[in-house]
Design a binder for this molecule. Structure first.
Ligand code: URA
Length: 239
């Protein structure tokens, strides 16, 4: 159980500055259970709280845990330079809440991107010590050979790495298709590993993190969804 004043609640949900949230409340734009609440000092229980703001229902969430099906030509950077940022694919309130990507995908990579406003979660999930498998589907310019698969499994040396990096698993899925599972999340890792092994990655898609697959989430490119505690548990390192 935890109570907060109504203006703090609105602010925590990303509805803007405290001053603006107070004005929304005083203007009668906020109701709970069909009753308009126009006193911003009112202390409200947040557990299970559903607000109606501008005639739209809003479920109170202390933190946000989301999965986005990232399309190509969106940047994960906070200050995107050449393409729109992934935050533009989410409701405006989420930017106010400082939602950020958990790790990054290149602008041309598609697939599952986790996003959250929970700092410790982001930190824990992106820690190099946490060996969460990330499953990628790579399209290669040259045909996938047994030798390429063997090289990626035994490890390839990248320029700025002290030791060779190896795929956890690597399976040929087609003449130019490779499924590669990595536990690390180094910069451009799949593309650089493929280049170091003498091939070239022409397209890349992240299909799963841990045992949580994008397919199971049923979201199309550009769509996002909230993650349930059960789905979050599936992002755990391999046992
Ligand atoms: N590896 C890459 O090369 N790019 C990505 O976006 C993710 C992993």
């Amino acid at each position: 159980m935890s109570k907060l004043s109504l203006d703090r609640i609105l602010q925590s949900q990303g509805y803007g500055t405290r001053k603006y949230c107070r004005s929304l409340i005083e203007d009668g734009e906020v109701s709970i259970g069909g009753v308009v609440h126009d006193n911003y000092k009112a202390s409200i229980e947040t557990d299970g709280l559903i607000l109606t703001i501008f005639d739209e229902e809003w479920v109170y969430r202390e933190h946000l845990y989301l999965a986005l099906h990232k399309p190509a030509n969106f940047e994960c950077s906070r200050k995107p330079s050449h393409h729109p940022g992934v935050l533009t694919l989410l409701p405006e309130q989420f930017s106010w809440r400082e939602v950020q990507p958990v790790g990054r995908l290149d602008h041309d990579t598609t697939g599952m991107l986790l996003m959250s406003d929970d700092g410790p979660f982001i930190h824990a999930q992106s820690s190099p010590k946490r060996h969460v498998p990330k499953i990628y589907q790579a399209t290669t310019q040259e045909p996938v050979t047994d030798e390429l698969v063997a090289q990626l499994l035994s490890g390839v040396q990248l320029h700025d790495e002290p030791a060779p990096l190896a795929a956890q698993t690597c399976v040929k899925r087609g003449e130019h298709q490779l499924e590669i599972v990595l536990e690390q999340g180094k910069y451009h890792q799949v593309k650089r590993m493929l280049a170091a092994a003498g091939n070239h990655c022409s397209a890349l898609h992240r299909s799963a993190i841990g045992t949580l697959t994008l397919e199971s989430l049923g979201i199309a490119e550009g769509e996002w969804c909230y993650l349930t505690p059960e789905q979050l548990a599936m992002l755990a390192p391999a046992a």
